[in-house]
Design a protein around this ligand. Sequence first.
Ligand SMILES: NC(=O)c1ccc[n+]([C@@H]2O[C@H](COP(=O)([O-])OP(=O)(O)OC[C@H]3O[C@@H](n4cnc5c(N)ncnc54)[C@H](O)[C@@H]3O)[C@@H](O)[C@H]2O)c1
Length: 268
Amino acid sequence: MNSMRLKDKVAVVTGGARGIGAAICERFAAEGAKVVVADMDPLAGDETVGRIKAADGKARFVACDVTRREQVSALMDRALEAYGSLDIVVANAGIIHNTPFLELDDATFDRVIAVNLKGVFYTGQEAARRMVERGIKGIVINTASVNAVIVPIGLAAYNASKGGVNQLTKTMAVELARHGIRVNAIGPGSVATDLFRVGDPHRPRGDGPGAQPHPARPAGGTLGDRRCRDVPGDRRQRLLHRPDDLPGRRQAGAQPGDAEGVGAGEPG
Ligand SMILES: NC(=O)c1ccc[n+]([C@@H]2O[C@H](COP(=O)([O-])OP(=O)(O)OC[C@H]3O[C@@H](n4cnc5c(N)ncnc54)[C@H](O)[C@@H]3O)[C@@H](O)[C@H]2O)c1
């Protein structure tokens, strides 16, 4: 049973086409929110919107690369135009590169920071400026990670980006509190998504970011069940959850406070 706690709220979720972001979008829509699914993957984005609409929810897809401020700015304008408000913004888009510290090159480090940290900055700032202008006492949720506080090896850029997200979140929370805007971070543990086997699906490959199909998309179309299947065994054993296991996807028995940190908990 859904309690419609988000009835008529407008939510924007970056990285909303797949994985954790898609689960957040579907749950928010099930709780009555009008959801803008923002992502660089239009095919998966349309599928997420399709699932939401099939369940009588409201959603639309907006293409957005969170590393590009002008695209993030346009995203917030599109949400306002389409749905008339901007109540909840989830800065969730993220990538991972697994490279030993001694081999980590500038381009890889810069790219992880650009998506995971600067993308969160752009998303939060473009959203918060519009909330302040309109007197909206909104909510910003940044997806950090357990890697913000623990140090799995080979993930220097990722770990640093997520530590940065935690500190950015705390700073945003303190500075935006006087405007009535709440800012929190969530720190998931391991969830078996494409993050583990694709890592950085939109890495520029010469003909432009996002121009290629998502590497996780099976030939011929539908996504199917891609979860643990292709994750190497040693990593799979460490994967504890799937997006379907998230509280936000539990249809029966969901408890208040299960909604992935919406207005809950301490920042960071
Ligand atoms: N899966 C985990 O175990 C785990 C654990 C902790 C934190 N996280 C974080 O959760 C978030 C979501 O991860 P996921 O596991 O669902 O990954 P995922 O790869 O399944 O989904 C990530 C989504 O982000 C999109 N994306 C990537 N770069 C983008 C960009 N520049 N602009 C817009 N969209 C972009 C992708 O197209 C994809 O739809 C990330 O921030 C990740 O770091 C994941």
